[in-house]
Design a binder for this molecule. Structure first.
Ligand SMILES: [Zn+2]
Length: 309
């Protein structure tokens, strides 16, 4: 009897102590740079909008956070991860674009005293999408989880390029034209040779082409980032990596997708059939998470874009 009680107690305690799957993995990139790598699947009640990769730069003046998560709960969870790295305060939040994951956690960080910056074009698009994003959040993660999430916009914007110096750290924000979304840009740390790409790069996960994406310009934006020859790329989704993997999963895919859709159009393919476009050379991308979910939609959006080119 005593043994049975012990076994029951033991199994209860070990269950309580079991490590839950982390929603975010902390990946050290350089001495002062970290990637907070969230789930690579879609937003859900479980990840409550932490399903992207966020960047952390620890400077002598405080922490710079690149992208703030898609909900108030996500922002608080991101901050918990930052506290595991450093006890310095978050002084600056950079929103690399207008996807919900990039900026809907701003309210929390603003309440801590952080300054927020984004590009002029991203700010315009954030305003346009705000109510749609908030109601989408309610339907995906349900009101009890999205509570407290509100729109807080950047305190400062820039047009093309902005250099920020915090202590010994230099960050260069570079907007090179529309890509995944109209205002998305990347952040370049010359001394550390790190590029934070936001949604310009996805690795280990199928990238999403949105209705508003400009894939032609996206290719050029990627190439301009590549020309800096970064040693590390912290993508918008996926682990921090090098430029070769970023190129394989993003640039090469975009080039092939455009070519495949162009061939489809030239051979008389109709828009209603493009979703089933799944031909070589695109089949190698089946290895990426989310391929089945996104491939049809990506083809459709590129079709609509190429019709006008
Ligand atoms: Zn994204």
């Amino acid at each position: 009897m005593r043994m049975l009680m012990f076994l029951i107690l033991f199994s209860l305690t070990s269950f309580a102590n079991a490590e839950p799957t982390p929603r975010i993995e902390i990946q050290k990139v350089t001495d002062n740079v970290y990637a907070l790598v969230g789930q690579r699947g879609p937003m859900s009640k479980w990840n409550f909008g932490t399903n992207a990769t966020f960047g952390v730069v620890v400077t002598s003046e405080g922490v710079v956070l690149i992208d703030s998560g898609a909900s108030d709960k996500a922002a608080r969870y991101i901050h918990e991860q930052i506290k595991k790295i450093t006890d310095k305060p978050v002084v600056l939040v950079i929103n690399t674009g207008s996807e919900d994951l990039r900026w809907l956690g701003n309210t929390y960080f603003k309440s801590l005293g952080a300054k927020i910056i984004t590009s002029k074009a991203a700010l315009v698009h954030q305003h346009e999408r705000a109510s749609e994003l908030l109601s989408r959040l309610d339907t995906i993660i349900f009101p009890q989880f999205s509570v407290g999430t509100d729109t807080t916009y950047a305190d400062e914007t820039f047009e093309k390029e902005k250099t920020i110096t915090l202590g010994d750290t230099t960050l260069i924000l570079k907007y090179e034209g529309p890509n995944y979304m109209p205002g998305d840009f990347y952040v370049w740390l010359p001394e550390e040779s790190v590029a934070f790409s936001g949604d310009i790069v996805s690795t280990q996960r199928m990238l999403a082409v949105a209705r508003v994406s400009d894939t032609d310009s996206w290719i050029n934006v990627f190439k301009s980032m590549q020309a800096l020859n970064p040693e590390h790329v912290v993508p918008g989704h996926g682990h921090a990596t090098d430029i070769n993997e970023a190129k394989a999963d993003t640039l090469n895919y975009l080039v092939l997708l455009r070519q495949a859709v162009r061939n489809f159009i030239d051979s008389g393919g109709e828009i209603q059939d493009v979703r089933s476009l799944n031909q070589y050379p695109l089949s190698p991308y089946e290895r990426l998470i989310g391929y089945d979910m996104l491939m049809g939609r990506n083809s459709l959006h590129v079709y609509m874009e190429l019709e006008w080119e």
